[in-house]
Design a protein around this ligand. Structure first.
Ligand code: GCO
Length: 448
């Protein structure tokens, strides 16, 4: 009798990080500047003037970190490759030492039985490409495909599961419309073009990966998708929720998984750049092997005519727990994943990020008693199990994050790791949640 909590054999249990958030060594071994190196140096952009200059110093401590991953028993590790470390100018000369770093990392992971899941882009665009238009121009999409081919030619014989982009929504809308993320631009036309060329670069990169390593690559994308709920039953709030769902979810899911555009959003935004919407859809919809879901929370909105474009204002309902950043809403993971299965039917779904930031610290006895993180992960893994039991093809789950790391504009105030990092000394301490997750993996599910 199969345990009610056992996951299928071969289920992927991983953890995720990203280059700029953990590596440090921002100017070592030939690495070029990224837009985040520059953004952090603009006064007021990042809390406490923090940056990823040092981060968790993973660039020097990677062996220790891989050993810790093996101690936890991860069977997969999602990291990102820093484009500026591999091709400092974004195009042209390849930086051998930069590429070698990822080559060594992949070999060390495989030695420990950990499957590498490289993400090609996690927001750290090389500055020279930004200076020539960044994600608002097609040349960057083509440069991205070249970069994908170069990295895959080096490690694609051993790293066979690839994620092209992490959260293009945040890159495009955060970086080019809201401006609170690098490169800090506030221009709706630029944002729409960034959506397009990020998605075009995804399709071109999938083709480049498969061309570099025929027959062995599994490729996907990692999208931040939330269920969107109206604050009330009013028609105005329902419209606000539908449009927010369109911009947050369907603007990315439809082109990538259906080769079409969400009609209501095109109608709303067409004037920003009239002819971009029907272009390149055949490339953007290049078939992929899995859809990655980064899930943290749901979105609740009300109609507010003062808000730009979709006139939707966020609402934070009472009654549920909150972390330092979001409402804790485990049912949302089931809801959005089941919906993507129903509406888009990807062959495989991976939960590529799920986690919580809580103000944990080291206790007198050297432990980090991060009960709230254990509770959060337990509740969300239970929804993943329900999805699997209900026939939704979820093949894996990655905790965000393996290490405490640089949380973008929040600097180092938000700790998401299964592992506590002392940013002054670099010391790692596995938190209680890391030990708990090790037991989950050993039991291949939640112990009753
Ligand atoms: C994201 C990014 C991560 C964040 C994490 C917590 O999903 O925003 O992939 O870089 O650090 O999600 O916000």
């Amino acid at each position: 009798m199969k345990s009610s909590t056992a996951f299928p054999r071969g289920f992927i249990w991983g953890a995720s990080t990203s280059a700029y958030q953990i590596e440090g060594a921002w100017n070592e071994d030939g690495r070029g500047r990224s837009i985040w190196d520059d953004f952090c140096r603009q006064p007021g952009r990042v809390r406490d003037g923090a940056s990823g200059d040092m981060a968790a110093d993973h660039y020097h401590r990677w062996r220790e970190d891989v050993n810790l991953m093996a101690q936890v028993g991860l069977n997969a590790y999602r990291f990102s490759v820093a484009w500026p470390r591999v091709i400092p100018a974004g195009t042209g000369a390849v930086n051998g030492p930069g590429l070698d770093f990822y080559d060594r990392l992949v070999d060390a992971l495989l030695e420990k039985g950990i499957t590498p899941f490289p993400t090609l882009y996690h927001w750290d665009l090389p500055v020279p490409l930004h200076e020539r238009g960044g994600w608002t121009v097609p040349d960057t999409a083509r440069a991205f495909a070249d970069y994908a081919g170069i990295v895959a030619s080096k490690i694609g014989d051993r790293a066979r599961h690839w994620i092209t982009h992490n959260e293009p929504f945040i890159m495009a809308l955060g970086g080019y419309f809201m401006g609170q993320m690098a490169p800090g631009i506030q221009d709706p036309v630029a944002a729409m073009r960034a959506v397009h060329y990020l998605l075009l670069s995804h399709g071109l990169a999938v083709r480049a990966l498969r061309q570099a390593c025929p027959g062995v690559i599994e490729a996907g994308i990692a999208l931040n998708v939330n269920p969107v709920h109206p604050a009330t039953g009013s028609p105005e709030d329902a419209r606000a929720a539908r449009l927010m769902d369109g911009v947050l979810n369907r603007l990315f899911l439809d082109p990538v998984l259906k080769g079409s555009q969400p009609a209501d959003i095109v109608e709303l935004l067409r004037s920003l750049d009239p002819d971009i919407w029907e272009r390149d859809l055949d490339v953007i919809a290049e078939p992929i092997d899995f859809c990655g879901i980064n899930y943290y929370t749901r979105t609740v909105v009300r109609h507010d005519p003062a808000m730009p474009v979709i006139e939707a204002a966020p609402v934070y309902p009472e009654g549920n727990d909150y972390s330092q950043m979001w409402e804790i809403y485990p049912d949302g993971l089931y809801e959005i994943t089941a919906r993507i299965h129903r509406d888009y039917a990807p062959a495989n779904i991976l939960i590529t990020e799920n986690g919580i930031c809580v103000p944990d610290g080291i206790d007198f006895d050297g432990r980090v008693r991060d009960y709230r993180r254990i509770t959060y992960l337990k509740e969300h893994i239970a929804r993943v199990k329900r999805l699997v039991d209900d026939g939704v093809p979820v093949g894996g789950y990655f905790v965000w994050s393996f290490l405490d790391n640089f949380e973008w504009t929040y600097g180092y105030d938000m700790r998401f790791g299964l592992t506590h990092v002392n940013y002054s000394t670099g010391e790692r301490v596995l938190k209680d949640s890391g030990r708990w997750f090790a037991n989950v993996i050993r039991a291949t599910g939640l112990a009753d």
